[in-house]
Design a protein around this ligand. Structure first.
Ligand code: 13P
Ligand code: SF4
Length: 328
């Protein structure tokens, strides 16, 4: 899935005769020439992470995008992340290596159905997880990410009922943490839903000293046994600060690239997934649509561009800004 190794010739006719190493050099050259910045999520392929100016979680990436003083933002992540970058910094051109890099959570929440759901509960405040489209954000009162969701929920008066969408696993986790009255949308992340409790427990028997750490998009019974639950950036911070030497990591495997750099002396084991799942490991197929080759082409051709409807962007900006003000 991550393409050919260094030294091999690329097959795509547009990028012949570059090797992967040369492609990396070309990407750096084009970045300079075009006054561009590359923002990458932790789930991107290693080569893309290594070329990025900033790697982060959804909140960190939003902040970097908002303050990026460049001509071109290249967003190596999924579509909702690039869309958020454009909403926060609308004067800049935002491009993404593969325009089809979606997200199962964003796809679970079609705007028309969500509109009906919101209209059916007019007394509820609408808080949505950042993993949704700009249309859904435009219907929301406040956005949150996995690193500030608790804080965002707690900022709403206690008696106020809340609609939370689209991730029901994160929603259930937040109900448990905050005790708040929340009506949940039934979306899930296909990657985090695939982890197998039985296999994690089996693995733990072989590594009794290992701590299991999890992303809050995982199912509740997994979060119940986790030593730490948090965003991708939070998980990296945790393995660094924890005295433990071994971890079973319950999120997309791409994160291990940066984790290994931060704690090269610790043992990091990707959490196993259920056998009935079609993919071999916990890779996000959406995130992995972005490749080094596509990164080069998008920087060279300055497309595909992410450019949501201006009216939708205007409406979506307010709930995102409310979140950013709450978690500086
Ligand atoms: P983070 O904000 O924690 O990086 O999560 C993004 C995501 O899509 C997790 O699946
Ligand atoms: Fe969406 Fe899950 Fe992929 Fe994150 S890992 S982008 S939540 S499908």
């Amino acid at each position: 899935m991550t393409g050919t190794s260094t030294g091999q010739r690329m097959e795509h006719q547009d990028i012949n005769p570059f090797t992967r190493e040369e492609l990396g050099q070309e990407i750096c050259r084009l970045k300079e020439q075009k006054n561009a910045i590359i923002l990458a999520h932790y789930y991107q392929e290693h080569a893309i992470q290594d070329l990025a100016d900033f790697i982060g979680d959804s909140l960190g990436l939003s902040r970097q995008a908002e303050k990026a003083d460049v001509d071109l933002i290249v967003f190596a992540g999924v579509h909702f992340m690039a869309e958020t970058a454009k909403i926060l910094n609308p004067e800049k051109k935002v491009i993404i290596p593969d325009i089809n890099a979606s997200c199962s959570l964003a796809e679970s929440c079609p705007p028309q159905e969500f509109r009906q759901f919101v209209d059916a509960h007019p007394d509820h405040v609408v808080i949505t997880y950042i993993n949704c489209t700009a249309d859904i954000k435009a219907m929301s009162d406040m956005i949150c990410t996995s690193s500030n969701a608790e804080k965002v929920i707690m900022s709403v008066p206690e008696s106020q009922p809340i609609i939370f969408a689209p991730d029901c696993n994160l929603g259930k986790y937040l109900i448990k943490k905050t005790g708040r009255d929340m009506l949940l949308w039934d979306g899930t992340c296909v990657v985090h839903e695939a982890f197998s409790m039985d296999k994690i427990l089996e693995l733990h028997k072989m590594h009794p000293e290992a701590q299991f750490i999890a992303h809050p998009e995982s199912e509740g019974h997994l979060l119940d046994i986790a030593s730490y639950t948090g965003s991708t950036a939070g998980m990296i911070k945790y393995v660094k600060s924890s005295p433990s030497k071994e971890f079973i990591v319950g999120t997309e495997v791409g994160i291990l690239h940066q984790m290994r750099k931060v704690v090269p002396d610790k043992v990091l084991i990707p959490a196993p997934i259920r056998e009935d799942n079609t993919c071999a490991c916990s890779e996000c197929a959406y995130m992995k649509l972005n490749t080094l080759e596509k990164l080069y082409l998008c920087l060279r051709d300055e497309k595909p561009e992410v450019n949501p409807d201006p009216g939708i962007m205007e409406k979506a900006r307010l709930p995102i800004r409310r979140m950013l003000e709450l978690s500086p």
